[in-house]
Design a protein around this ligand. Structure first.
Ligand SMILES: [Zn+2]
Ligand SMILES: [Zn+2]
Length: 300
């Protein structure tokens, strides 16, 4: 896969390392004063180009052009398979989804919500998906996987559950089940780290949510084996984990047996991969949602 693509203004961008010149990034142990190359915003930043501090790109600008593409793709997606939705986004050679970054968290939340909607399990209006992305913008921040130990993929899964249950601070079961899925995701990412890989995290989180949404709500997101093919091994700026990554082989087949390994309760296996009518016992509590339609344009 090519390292470069063009943004909506026709400027060349790199998929890995520095967006502007492709040189390795430097990760600071303490934030420094920097100015965004694209929007001139001055702020404290923790990551910049190792060759030129002027190649600092703020998180908004790092995410926005691909974020807008991801949002539009999710809002119009008609696939029922969240893996298919995620790979259609990742494999689009006309869009620059950087190798590392919180775009993957948006892909996770969006692909799962779109799958639930397209399967008819729950009515999810566009405003709810935009609200989910707004929540994500508060907790999925580039580089903070290393700085705080919390990857954006973790709240991305929690947001799916908070949308489904109406969880807000102060609720009991709703918040408990939401924090339960984030604990599962965080442990799975811990097991995969060394170095971190947003692609592997996304694939694993899709596995976990496919299992946990079945276990917790009897929602079936996939009907048959899924082939996960990672085309991104050569793009990892810190080096692919290679054979320490479950997705390193040319294809990883997600079977019902593998999906069961992601369940919290090994007894809850009946029905996996069988499409059956489900009883929907949850209500989407829209009164808890803050509308947010202020999606900014791409920075260039
Ligand atoms: Zn640079
Ligand atoms: Zn900026």
């Amino acid at each position: 896969m090519s390292d470069t693509t063009y943004n909506s203004c026709g400027q060349e961008e790199h998929k890995s390392n520095c967006l502007i010149c492709g040189q390795p990034l430097e990760y600071f142990s303490a934030a420094v004063e920097v100015t965004c190359f694209y929007c001139d915003k001055k702020e404290k930043g923790s990551i910049a180009c190792s060759k030129d501090l002027g190649h600092y790109v703020c998180d908004d600008c790092h995410n926005l052009s691909s974020y807008n593409y991801i949002k539009d793709f999710i809002l119009s997606a008609d696939s029922k398979n969240p893996f298919e939705i995620a790979f259609d986004i990742l494999n689009n050679s006309n869009v620059n989804i950087p190798m590392l970054g919180c775009h993957h968290a948006y892909i996770l939340t969006g692909a799962v919500l779109a799958s639930l909607k397209n399967r008819g399990y729950i009515n999810i209006p566009k405003e709810v998906i935009k609200e989910a992305f707004y929540r994500l913008s508060k907790q999925a921040v580039g580089g903070y996987c290393g700085l705080s130990g919390v990857c954006g993929i973790v709240p991305a899964g929690g947001i799916v559950y908070s949308i489904l249950t109406g969880s807000v601070c102060g609720k009991n079961e709703e918040q408990n089940i939401t924090m339960g899925v984030t604990a599962l995701l965080s442990k799975a990412l811990y097991d995969l780290t060394g170095p971190s890989c947003c692609k592997a995290y996304l694939f694993k989180a899709l596995e976990i949510l496919s299992a946990s949404l079945y276990e917790d709500f009897n929602f079936i997101l996939i009907d048959s084996n899924v082939c996960i093919k990672c085309n991104f091994k050569e793009l990892h700026p810190h080096g692919c984990m290679r054979d320490r990554c479950p997705y390193y082989l040319d294809s990883y087949i997600l079977t019902a047996e593998k999906l069961k390994e992601n369940l919290k309760n090994a007894a809850a296996t009946e029905g996996i991969f069988k499409v059956a009518p489900v009883e929907i016992s949850i209500n989407l509590d829209k009164s808890n949602l803050e509308g947010n339609n202020n999606i900014l344009p791409a920075p260039c």
